[in-house]
Design a protein around this ligand. Sequence first.
Ligand code: PLP
Length: 388
Amino acid sequence: MTFSKQTSLIHSKHKTDPHTGAVSVPIQHASTFDQPDIEQFGDYDYARSGNPTREALEDTIADLENGTHGFAFASGMAAISTTFMMLSSGDHLVITDDVYGGTFRLTTKVLQRQGIEHTFVDMTDPEAVARAVQPNTKMIFMETPSNPTMKITPIKEIVKIAEKQGCLTVLDNTFMTPVLQRPLDLGVDVVVHSATKFIGGHSDVVAGLTIVKDEALAGELKFLQNSFGAILGPQDCWLVLRGLKTLHTRMEASSLAAAKIADWLLEQPEVEHVYYPGLKDHPGYDINQEQAEGAGAVLSFRLADKEAVRKVVQAVEIPVFAVSLGAVESILSYPPTMSHAAMSDEERNARGITDGLLRLSVGLEKPEDLMNDFAQAFKKIGVKESWR
Ligand SMILES: *Cc1c(COP(=O)(O)O)cnc(C)c1O
């Protein structure tokens, strides 16, 4: 009998420990493993190269993404950095222009120094992507929906361009998770995640994941994971595995709530614009419908200015005001000074990340409570400081 992903995630081969029957994956802390012979080694030798707890997580995420191999890293940035290590000096990278701030920093400040060139491009426009490709382009890096303006990249169109060029495609799937979007099925070569976000889901672990379905690529990533060494520790692997068990339910509930809140925000006079790919007039609505099974749980909205943002942030009671997203508690963040602080004001404004922009990652609270909370906070916008 074959099960849906939602069921097989919980009833996989890691459901019980074969030695004890324990219904939770054991946390193996050993750094080294006793070997039976001078020539024949067991499945594990040294824990950087392989660890059974990490392997359980790597198997689980590979299965969820319809891949064959998964790799767990110490953070999302470690997963992305290790993936970029497939590039060499003299190679060129085409990358989405509203990429995550940390990936922007890595590309402009680290890869550049190592002789890896890049071109930022609006990935919603396949023609612009095709124009940006050079003879030495070895990788196209996508992130969809993008952060924080939720732009949608037409994944299949970009894959076609990469196939023509014979280069790799990498997609940061952090915002959607494999519950809503499975890029490997759409022809993407490498999927990366910050598992710190929805996959972990509880704001209590920093982790990264990379998934592929090609044997040669898996071999290369395994080699790079072991060479670079930015692996995820066993305790943190267990926390991510625990978070994963409720991923489907969390994504479903939070996406539903996000859709309700986005509709409500549209009606509020204090809100100038709402960025959510589930809204019918969002420019990427149709493409997102086609390539994903939902619009996710993150939305952004624009208030008049920084002063309005300051008042709302001070007045809201439910969401935590913090960096990060994808947790049981709603997280409100201010991209200009948080996720996109590494960007100059000019670059930031050019990407639509203006002074009035707030991003909301919707958690598991009752959506009506969140709307009431924002309603009372919006009332403070018109009020002069001295009147309070
Ligand atoms: C947070 C994030 C990252 C970086 O992940 P860390 O776990 O913080 O290193 C990369 N991409 C996206 C889209 C993110 O939101």
